[in-house]
Design a protein around this ligand. Structure first.
Ligand code: ADP
Ligand code: AMP
Length: 214
């Protein structure tokens, strides 16, 4: 099963993608996580990606597309995957379509997690991420068992550099300008599914499962 998660920054794509990956035994592929891992390792890619991410801009398609294609070509993706944060532009979607078509395969679902802009700033300011394993929490809606400590690996939780309100506002603008058109793109392909992302995390996941199990 190949699934794309769509939605504004902070809509809950990563939260739901991790649950889908665990439930259906497919890898969770997040381009944002790949960039953050490169930033941590101080690679050339990481340095370049950071200069865009810190401003709330998209990393250019030339860089992003290659990373995604390399990742989905790996063996573990043969059984399918759930993409979180890719595609973010129409050209990125077209590249993915072409790659999938060349393998005589198809994307099964594009799930749009719908959350209005008013809710996003609150979601992002409360988001905490594990420095080591990338698990995400929310101080109110999904708190870790111990404050600022990851439940999975006991490492420290941090606020992402790009979750500052000013950067979030820019990311939302970029989302509306460049990423939202993908909703119509996948509607046109007949694979778009919508879920109400303002509901509780577990309720959203139940809604997603009923789509995937239909
Ligand atoms: P995205 O991957 O779309 O940027 P995340 O999955 O990281 O978003 O979620 C953003 C923040 O909102 C996180 O702190 C997460 O714990 C929290 N969150 C995710 N889904 C919900 C929800 N349905 N209700 C409340 N908070 C949520
Ligand atoms: P995310 O973790 O998905 O919220 O992504 C964090 C940041 O990484 C984004 O604001 C972008 O700067 C960059 N990024 C992640 N995925 C992509 C993508 N598909 N295209 C361009 N930039 C991306």
């Amino acid at each position: 099963m190949k699934i794309i998660m769509l939605g504004a920054p902070g809509a809950g794509k990563g939260t739901q993608a991790k649950k889908i990956a665990a439930e259906y035994g497919i890898p969770h592929v997040s381009t944002g996580d790949i960039f953050r891992a490169n930033i941590k390792e101080n690679t050339e890619l990481g340095k370049e990606a950071k200069s865009y991410m810190d401003k709330g801009q998209l990393v250019p398609d030339e860089l992003t597309v290659k990373i995604l294609l390399d990742r989905v070509a790996k063996d573990d993706c043969k059984k399918g995957y759930v993409l979180d944060g890719y595609p973010r532009t129409i050209p990125q979607a077209e590249v993915l379509d072409k790659a999938v078509k060349e393998l005589n395969e198809k994307i099964d679902y594009a799930i749009n997690v719908d959350v209005p802009d008013e809710n996003i700033i609150n979601r992002m300011s409360g988001r905490r991420a594990c420095v080591k394993c990338g698990a995400t929490y929310h101080i109110t809606f999904m708190p870790p068992k111990k404050e600022n400590v990851c439940d999975n690996c006991q490492s420290q939780l941090i606020i992402r550099d790009d979750d500052k309100p000013e950067t979030v506002k820019n990311r939302l603008k970029v989302y509306h300008d460049q990423t939202q058109p993908l909703i119509e793109y996948y509607k046109g392909q007949g694979i778009l599914k919508e879920v109400d992302g303002t509901k509780d995390i577990d309720v959203v996941f139940e809604d997603i499962k009923s789509i995937l199990n239909a």
